[in-house]
Design a protein around this ligand. Structure first.
Ligand code: EPU
Length: 460
């Protein structure tokens, strides 16, 4: 049904993009639905036996892998011609998530609670995702145990058992997106009330809460990062149009500003992007907000430098950081970026330096925000000295968001860049070469350069 599984994801998608820079991007782009909402909503559908429909599900490998994983558990998934996905799991066929999904993404650990609710047991492999730090799942395991799950850990994964999960008070040590979602999934059908303190309140989480509310869940998002869930006995099917992808919108917005172009991004939502829009305005990017769309362009030349600290919502997203650093290489003066969400999210900058950027990393916290990486010897602050012309070259992508940072670098570089490892981009962004070409980028996917014999880093 879905042609893509983990093996074929790491096997196929070995495309190479060739980009010749200095073309302003002008035109319209339609924002895709947020992968980080859709993936979780597909998981949420397991909480009912009844059919659910998600509209406009992005055709990206990350979602294909999730659908494949859910199909093994017993979900019947159907991608319709209009892009919707119908999904129904009338019975759980298997409570084991295959080890081949280990290391690919964060979804297996989110399957524990739905499987416990539906079948009383779950076996999931160790999880992975983009290689941007240690990414432990201790919060997930602790909260599931606190809600009554017995969990055994071994080198390959986790085995969980529970008769019925019970509501409790959870205090997350950090507002983790995944742990908050895990607690919500566990709490919806638990006995009693669950309070999640220090919860993440990202727009994608709120959107999943909206979907769950349609399914019959009782979830209250209170002030001060507190989410209160009253467990119900059953949930029903629902239809949902997922929130648009604010990471993708920001990525294309930065491409418009960086290339001196003008892009109207349909579906872009101002409320989800307040911090990004303020930041863009401060450095000289312009935007106009219309009903249902935001148009982005360069307002000042040269761009101004800035000090940014990444944070949980409503702060500056860690996933906006990488293309922003590329953009800041074109600002006149010294910019400082303090990454407080992940400890290893600047690895990609060495390639930007090879292209001509002047970026220095330091272990110091260059900013005043609370940071878990103080005195822990992680290079988690970057000093960007601009403006520096960039020169096209061969580039190997290390992870999804770094991938877009490199695309952006190639779009503004002198000469030609050949970008390998584009499967990371295809994991999260729909049809990037086609969409960039449609707004004027000089980009092609040369068949003769298919990177069959280049070294392939396994996702995660
Ligand atoms: N953390 C722990 N223990 C845990 C869970 C998290 O220490 O049990 C730490 C992480 O190591 C990290 C921080 O908490 O330092 C934040 O991690 P979080 O759990 O919030 O991230 P996630 O749920 O694994 C999601 C997105 C990421 C996005 C982050 C932050 C998905 C599938 N992934 O990851 O998206 O960067 O939230 O907003 O939703 C991407 O799309 O490229 C991507 C990496």
């Amino acid at each position: 049904m879905f042609p893509t599984d983990v093996e074929s994801v790491s096997d196929a998608n070995l495309n190479v993009y060739r980009i010749r820079g200095h073309r302003p991007l002008v035109g319209r782009i339609r924002a895709q639905a947020a992968k980080n909402a859709v993936a979780k909503q597909l998981v949420a559908s397991l909480l009912t036996r009844e059919p659910c429909r998600l509209y406009d599900v992005p055709d990206i490998t990350e979602i294909d892998v999730v659908l494949d994983m859910l199909a093994e558990i017993g979900a019947a998934c159907d991608r319709l011609e209009d892009g919707s996905v119908d999904i129904a799991t009338p019975r759980i066929a298997s409570t084991t998530v295959g080890e081949r999904y280990s290391g690919f993404n964060r979804i297996p650990i989110l399957l524990v609670a739905p499987l416990l609710h539906r079948a009383g047991t779950a076996r999931v492999p160790v999880v992975g995702g983009c290689n941007i730090g240690e990414r432990p799942i201790d919060f997930h395991i602790d909260l599931l145990r606190k809600m009554g799950a017995e969990i055994d850990e071994d080198d390959e994964g986790y085995t969980a058992r529970a008769d019925r999960l019970r509501g409790t008070v959870i205090a997350l040590p950090y507002p983790s997106v995944g742990a908050t979602e895990n607690a919500i999934f566990a709490a919806c059908l638990a006995r009693g009330t669950t309070v999640i303190n220090n919860a993440a309140v990202e727009p994608e989480i709120v959107d999943t809460v909206l979907f769950l509310q349609k399914m019959g869940a009782l979830i209250q998002i209170d002030t001060d990062r507190k989410i209160v869930i009253e467990g119900v006995d059953r949930l029903s099917g629902a239809r949902h149009d997922p929130v648009r992808d604010r990471i993708e919108v920001a990525s294309f917005a930065m491409a418009a500003v960086a290339t001196g172009g003008r892009l109207r991004i349909e579906g872009a939502d101002q409320t989800a992007m307040i911090t990004f829009l303020n930041t863009l305005r401060k450095i000289g990017g312009g935007f106009e907000v219309d009903p249902g769309a935001i148009t982005f362009f360069r307002d000042r030349d040269p761009l101004d430098p800035i000090h940014i600290e990444t944070d949980v919502h409503p702060g500056f997203m860690t996933d906006w950081q990488q293309p922003m650093v590329t953009l800041l290489t074109q600002a006149h003066g010294v910019s400082v970026v303090h990454e407080t969400v992940y400890e290893q999210r600047f690895g990609y900058t060495s390639t930007l330096n090879d292209m001509g950027a002047n970026i220095t990393l330091t272990n110091d916290c260059l900013g005043g925000k609370d940071c878990r990486f103080t005195d822990r010897n992680f290079p988690h602050s970057a000093i960007v000295q601009g403006a520096t012309p960039l020169t096209g070259r061969e580039i190997e992508i290390p992870d999804l968001r770094a991938g877009f940072a490199y695309l952006l670098a190639a779009l503004i570089a002198d000469g030609e860049s050949t970008i390998f490892g584009t499967r990371f981009i295809e994991r999260g962004y729909v049809n990037v070469p086609e969409r960039l070409a449609s707004v004027g980028a000089d980009i092609d996917v040369p068949a003769q350069l298919l990177a069959r014999d280049r070294p392939v880093a396994v996702p995660g």
